[in-house]
Design a protein around this ligand. Structure first.
Ligand SMILES: *[C@@H]1O[C@H](CO)[C@@H](O)[C@H](O)[C@H]1NC(C)=O
Ligand SMILES: *[C@@H]1O[C@H](CO)[C@@H](O)[C@H](O)[C@H]1NC(C)=O
Ligand SMILES: *[C@@H]1O[C@H](CO)[C@@H](O)[C@H](O)[C@H]1NC(C)=O
Ligand SMILES: CC(=O)N[C@H]1CO[C@H](CO)[C@@H](O)[C@@H]1O
Length: 332
C-alpha cells in the first residue's frame, strides 16, 4: 500500500472519531469493532483500526506483546523446567451455553462444575471461562496463530482466568497474570474430535445460526477436547480482541484436533447477523499476526529426545545446535 493511500485511510479514521462525538453519530462502544470490512453501511473498525478508534483499546496498536503471533519453530527454546499441564475437572462433566456472538462460536461454562488448569508455565490455578472458535472461509486458513507462516483451518481457544487472585474474568483480564489461553489448532479429517462433535453436529450448530442465538449443552467432558499430547509451546501475549490487554499466557498444544468437512461447512454457514439482516458468514474471524518483538517462545519438547525415534530429524538437529540457545524443536 502506498503512503498517500495510507494517509487517506488514517484521516478517514480520524474523521469518523470526530463525527462520533456528535450526538446522532454512531457511539464508540465495547462492541464497535469487526474482523472484516462490511460491504455497505457504516464504518466499523477492522483490526488495523482497533487501537485508533477507542483510547481504551490503544494497546491494540501500541502494545509490544500482542497476540496472535507466527511461531517460528526454529526460534523455540526448550525449557526443561516446564512441568506438564494439569487439568482438574474433579472427575465431573460440565455444562455450558453455546452462543453465536456475531463474531465467534462461544461456549461459556456454567458456574456449577468448575474446571481449572495449573502446571506448565502457570504459577497459579486458572479457571475455564469460555471456549471460543476461530475458523476460515477456506481450508488452510482460519487459525489466529501461524506455525512457520502456515495457518490451520481453525483454532480452538480455551480461555481461563486466574481465580486465585481475581474474583471473575473481567477483573482478571485487565490484571497481571490474569489469563491463560490454551490454543488448539483445528484440521479437517474424516473423523471428528468427540468434544467438537458435540458442539458442531448438525442438530446443535444449526441452533445458533444467527447472532445472539444460544443453546444449552450438558454433560461435556473437557478432557475430550485436548489432543493426545503433553507437549506444548508457550509465550506471553495478549487477548486477540479489543481491548487487547497484555495479560495472557498462551499455551499452544503440539497437536491439532480434527473436525469433518461437513462440520467445517456448518461453521461457515453461521451468520454474523440477526435473521432480519443479510447473511454474512462468521468465517475468517481472525486477527492478523502481531510482531514477536523480544519475546521468548518456550517449549517442553526435548528435541534431541524426539530425534531418537524420528530419524528424519537428524539434519535439523545439527542446525539447532548451531543456535546454542538450548534445544529446539521443529515439527508438530
Ligand atoms: C480446581 O477445580 C477442582 C475441581 O473443580 C477443585 O476441586 C479445586 O479446588 C480447584 N482448585 C483450586 C486451586 O481452587
Ligand atoms: C467482577 O468483580 C469485580 C470486583 O470484585 C466486580 O466489581 C464486578 O462487578 C464483577 N463483574 C462481574 C461481571 O461479575
Ligand atoms: C533431553 O534429551 C537428551 C537426549 O535424549 C537427554 O540427554 C536430556 O537429559 C533430556 N533433557 C531433559 C530435561 O529431559
Ligand atoms: C538466534 C539465532 O541464531 N537463530 C537462528 C537459529 O537457527 C535458525 C535456523 O538455522 C536461524 O534461522 C536463526 O537465525
Amino acid at each position: 500500500m502506498d503512503i498517500i493511500w495510507e494517509l487517506v485511510i488514517i484521516l478517514h479514521a480520524n474523521f469518523i472519531i470526530c463525527v462520533s462525538a456528535q450526538p446522532n453519530a454512531p457511539k464508540i462502544h465495547d462492541g464497535w469493532w469487526a474482523y472484516k470490512e462490511v460491504v455497505q453501511g457504516s464504518f466499523v473498525p477492522v483490526p488495523s483500526f482497533w487501537g485508533l478508534v477507542n483510547s481504551a483499546w490503544n494497546l491494540c496498536s501500541v502494545g509490544k506483546r500482542q497476540s496472535p503471533i507466527n511461531i517460528e519453530t526454529s526460534h523455540m527454546i526448550f525449557d526443561p523446567f516446564l512441568t506438564p499441564i494439569r487439568l482438574n475437572t474433579g472427575g465431573r462433566k460440565v455444562g455450558g451455553t453455546m452462543y453465536n456472538t456475531g463474531r465467534h462460536v462461544s461456549l461459556r461454562m456454567d458456574k456449577e462444575h468448575l474446571v481449572n488448569i495449573s502446571g506448565g508455565p502457570m504459577t497459579y490455578s486458572h479457571r475455564l471461562e469460555e471456549i471460543r472458535l476461530h475458523f476460515g472461509s477456506e481450508d488452510g486458513q482460519g487459525s489466529e496463530h501461524l506455525l512457520n507462516g502456515q495457518a490451520f483451518s481453525g483454532e480452538v481457544q480455551l480461555i481461563h482466568y486466574n481465580h486465585e487472585l481475581y474474583t471473575n474474568y473481567t477483573e482478571a483480564a485487565k490484571s497481571p497474570n490474569g489469563l491463560v489461553i490454551v490454543s488448539i489448532f483445528m484440521k479437517i479429517a474424516e473423523t471428528s474430535n468427540a468434544f467438537l462433535n458435540r458442539m458442531l453436529n448438525r442438530d446443535t450448530i444449526t441452533r445458533i445460526t444467527y447472532k445472539n442465538d444460544a443453546y444449552l449443552l450438558m454433560g461435556l467432558n473437557i478432557e475430550e477436547i485436548y489432543p493426545e499430547t503433553s507437549s506444548f509451546i508457550t509465550y506471553d501475549g495478549s487477548m486477540t480482541i479489543p481491548p487487547c490487554f497484555e495479560t495472557a499466557t498462551w499455551i499452544l498444544m503440539n497437536k491439532p484436533v480434527y473436525i469433518t468437512q461437513m462440520q467445517m461447512h456448518s461453521l461457515r454457514l453461521l451468520s454474523q447477523n440477526q435473521p432480519s439482516q443479510i447473511f454474512l458468514s462468521m468465517s475468517d474471524n481472525i486477527r492478523p499476526v502481531q510482531p514477536l518483538n523480544n519475546r521468548c517462545i518456550r517449549t517442553n519438547i526435548n528435541f534431541s529426545m524426539q530425534g531418537k525415534d524420528c530419524p528424519n530429524n537428524r539434519a535439523q538437529k545439527l542446525q539447532y545446535r548451531a543456535n546454542i540457545s538450548g534445544q529446539l524443536l521443529h515439527k508438530m
